[in-house]
Design a binder for this molecule. Sequence first.
Ligand code: MN
Length: 720
Amino acid sequence: MNPARLNQLSEKLKKYLSDEEINLVQKAFTIASSAHQEQKRASGEGYFDHPFSVAETLTDLKMSGAAISAALLHDVVEDTSISLSYLRKEMGEEIASIVEGLTKIEALDLSFPKKSRYLENIRKLLISLSKDIRVVVIKFADRLHNLQTIKHLDLSKQKRIAEETLEIYAPLAHRLGVYQLKWQMEDMAFKTLNPREYEEISQKVANKRIERETLLLEAQSKLKKILDSSGYKGEVQARAKHFYSIYKKMMRESKDIEGMYDLFGLRAIIDGKPSDCYNVLGLIHSEWQPIPQRFKDFIAERKSNDYQSLHTTVIGPKGEPIEIQIRTYDMHKIAEYGVAAHWVYKEGGKSDKEFSQKIGWLRELIDWQKDLVSSQDFYEGLKSDIFQEEVIVLTPKGDLLSLPNGSTPVDFAYKIHTDIGHQCIGARVDGKMVALDYQLKTGDRVEIMTSDRIKGPSRHWLDFVVTTSAKSKIQQWFRKRSREELVKEGRLLLEKELKKASFDVEMGLSLELTNKILKLTKIRSIDDLYHQVASGAINAIEIIVLLKKEEEKKKKEEESSKVLAQDGLLIKTDLIDSSGTLLLDGVLLRLARCCMPLPGEPSVGYVTKGKGISLHRKNCINMRKIQDPSRMMPVKWEIQASSSYPARIIVTAYDRPGLVALITQIIAQRGLNIRQMKVNTTSTKKARFNMEISSISQQQVEVLIAELYRIEGVVEVNRI
Ligand code: MN
């Protein structure tokens, strides 16, 4: 334990933290420094130097007492005998869980691409980082200090850490807007990986700086004067481009450092409102000539990581371009610290604004992960195996959850908790209601609605859930309930629905109704029926629909049987209309087209399903096929002379002139009418007359047939 150090840290903290928070940090300091006491780093320094430096970096970012305490303790679980449960007891859940997150990350091997578990580890990293923004920022600070002291490690380890920084942590810091740490990490990693290039650039920048020093100082003081004279409070900083971004620009645009005018620039930070920045811009442009295409307004259009500033390039005092950034102090804080800035001064609050900020950076995390994975070209095959087949969604609290592709809110609900799954009644995605079989997409924020009045899952969920755990939990739920319970529940459910549909179930289901249902559903016993209703195998509404249909059918048949009730059908020929139909006590009777029975001819009525009665000849081939004798009705004719009645006759004859005239003449002589006649010629040169004749009796038709036979050349006369 080193009291001087503790004082040094406390002095800094006093500037912005409460005594209570400082006490917390001091406690963490005591635990961490004694836990690491015996350990040495590769450099030979005491191990505690490392967490202490990390804590100092966070102090510069003005992070909270809990974050700084966690920074001091970040390696104790990994490297000393102190356990998480001890930390939880001594420092509280919040700090312990940050340390836990950091410990988990430490164990991940993120070296690329030799390791087959790379992508899986990236995903684990993402999940750990997402727990708490402070985990991310502490990790950046930790990585930065490791890079600063990297020269004591062996070369392969140096290379691995530097590569991992450029591949993973720096892009993440960029996404989250933590530029302060991003640039430092990048420059240190660059120095490790390309020491020669780093040296060269730093030399050239140093020379350039000397070259431009006077110019820059002059412009800086002039800008300050412009601000002062216009009454703006604030400061003007000179800034230098970072080495790694110079290097990247050189590579990208194959430019030499000589041709770069933005190596140095100025930054005006205004103590005021965003609108003041535009005023200051106007003042600068009236003093120096701007280069129009170099102006960028990141205030009106802020970057996705919340960065805001005005950028302009002007022609300076000696005719050289100078880039100037203009921003407020608030914007500056965000520009330097990004998401970390939201945590300055205060702890994890629960206001809506903070919550939406959290969702915002979580989405950044998810996007970063997608970018990271898709930028690894030669991982195409593996990518589709792991990442394409999963979606990462957010819980209402802002935790990340990964689920297989095609997962639904129900899968999500069961992943959170079995009871949430069982009681799930609906879901919202990003605040909007969705169906329970909606397919979740990466980045969706999912909220499950539950009701404790719901006893359990619906069996039809099994049709769409994709996770095995949801599937088995649903099945288990149904299996676990005893048959008795299900039977009882099914009975109540069915009775309730039947009552709603106004069936009489005051005394329970009648035997008649029960039998009807069993017959309709083809279920063997009433207990089976109830069981199936309760387990969702059959829906109570389905049963009611079946019953209603059956009722309707019965009603129609009953109408028909009114006629059946008499001892036969009495068919009065004068009531038959020209289309061959007749109404008998409200029931429609139709002469069957297949045999067209004639009045007086032995006939039979057939009660059809819902289409009235059809009348056939007794020997009609179709009647011989009928299985159900209860549908057959005896028929009595009552022939009225005044009525006409259709009969169909087909005459086949050798065609000769005058044949048609002769046939029609004979029919007319019998006092009959031809209602329809079609003539066609057969392949054997014979003519076929197909006639519908109105007659009144079988006898009349038989006489006519005999006469037609007598015509010369007639081969055949048939009645249909
Ligand atoms: Mn560390």
